[in-house]
Design a protein around this ligand. Sequence first.
Ligand SMILES: CC(=O)SCCNC(=O)CCNC(=O)[C@H](O)C(C)(C)COP(=O)(O)OP(=O)(O)OC[C@H]1O[C@@H](n2cnc3c(N)ncnc32)[C@H](O)[C@@H]1OP(=O)(O)O
Ligand SMILES: O=CC(=O)O
Ligand SMILES: [Mg+2]
Length: 552
Amino acid sequence: MECYYDVPEGVDIRGRYDAEFAKILTKDALKFVAELQREFRNHIKYALEKRREAKRRYNEGALPGFDPATRYIREKEWVCAPVPPAAADRKVEITGPVERKMIINALNSGAKVFMADFEDALSPSWENLMRGQVNLKDAVDATISFHDKVRNRVYKLNHPTAKLFVRPRGWHLPEAHIFIDGEPATGCIVDFGLFFYHNHSEFRRTQGAGFGPFFYLPKMEHSREAKIWNSVFEKAEKVVGIERGSIRATVLIETLPAVFQMNEILYELKEHSVGLNCGRWDYIFSYVKTFQAHPDRLLPDRVQVGMTQHFMKSYSDLLIRTCHRRGVHAMGGMAAQIPIKEDPVANELALELVRKDKLREVKAGHDGTWAAHPGLIPACMEVFNNIMGNAPNQIETNQREDAANITEEDLLQTPRGGRTMEGLRLNTRVGIEYVAAWLSGSGSVPLYNLMEDAATAEISRVQNWQWLKYGVELNGDEVGVRVNREVFGRVVEEEMARIEKEVGKEKLKKGMYKEACKIFTRQCTSPTLDDFLTLEAYNYIVLHHPRESSKL
Ligand SMILES: CC(=O)SCCNC(=O)CCNC(=O)[C@H](O)C(C)(C)COP(=O)(O)OP(=O)(O)OC[C@H]1O[C@@H](n2cnc3c(N)ncnc32)[C@H](O)[C@@H]1OP(=O)(O)O
Ligand SMILES: O=CC(=O)O
Ligand SMILES: [Mg+2]
């Protein structure tokens, strides 16, 4: 029997019917999402057009910088609404996709917060998104369980659990399985709307002590985008009849233009803010993207662009200064190392790198940090506890007034280091392997003992594009080869052969490697830089039901 979702006027669901999904895609919830979409779609389109306009300016040679028109916001003394007690202590936050077992593991991990991810760590297929919503609802209701039949192991929530924050997708991604008034819905409006609608009441009662739900907001480029989120929150609060300022969000500062807008972003979200976070990986991606037409600002190998580079240190210091001056959390970011099970020596080295990164963060004044894996929580927690003791955060105690005068030049300084053939090879291999995983449904994967997700894959892609575009010389390893299409073509071939050797012929044939190679190679060699890797890749995972042309 064919079953259909019961939809309100103007809403068309093109994703597969599933009785579990129907509990999320209720008529009332869809009406709520459609109302948000209708009220904000033009604001969103305008904000995206402004992004394109800014890109044109940077491509003509302009540099991003502080906006003279909003100097008064930066100079005036004001603070955000007080931090809700339920979110005061965020020393270590675990992140991960909204996958059922991982949600339970993350909530039980001992971290203070779990950032449940519809974004960098998730491949946004209909199945992943809708199952993710089902899983999160069960998590908020505390009824979530998972039976691993192979290992005959049942997963349930312990007590206490980490506090839940949810990260919807960025503004640019459509949701092609839900059409509203004949247009694909905005991905993040769907993610936010469905989660908020079903969980606000239970979350506020059991987790938020009257506040919440809590969110992370990704990839913004300007405070006008934060203003839209603030209006979305106000509207949502009004529709369901909860107090203004209940919803709280941490904005990731992970684009280069946004670092000049940190005060302005907090100002727009003043009543709804609970801080900013250093999204270091997308930030590096954004540096390349913003300077795509500036051959004097080429990056060295990806592995060399760490947090101790002057521009990255300046960004983290200014973020801490800005947040603490405005009374909210300054969250650190993600170290890419993950536990290495089969090699204790390498594992200890990886752990040591994570500890070093966290020590730098807590000493600089960050109030908390991110961990990619439960196995890293004890080490991260120990580092933060050693410096902060019992204090929930450093908002009052580490104001970083010394960082107040960080300049545009500090924030834009080109990172130093060499460019190597090995860098080009690694970008290519990791980029293709990641896209293959993403197309098969996994948005975060372990590759060569590091966490790879959409943000790290973007660095690989745009770095290759930049090196090809400007024909850079790879002289960091004294090979002295100039990157051109021929060299890159050879590298792709050789790296595909290496992938085949590593994963085996069978997996290579069955997996999405060929498609991944096509997408990644096209984007690296395109005359103009694509804004996002996942926008093109998304066309491959859209599955309309009944099946028909799904190309957006
Ligand atoms: C740039 C950014 O945006 S960073 C934020 C986005 N990225 C992320 O969130 C990445 C999150 N991390 C992950 O997805 C994973 O840790 C990976 C893919 C990096 C590594 O995964 P794996 O190699 O499969 O992990 P591994 O096999 O060691 O897992 C061991 C156990 O830990 C669990 N686990 C691993 N990572 C996580 C996590 N982040 N959250 C919850 N549980 C986790 C696994 O489910 C597994 O559980 P089990 O023993 O009960 O079966
Ligand atoms: O989202 C986090 C990042 O580093 O990118
Ligand atoms: Mg990111």
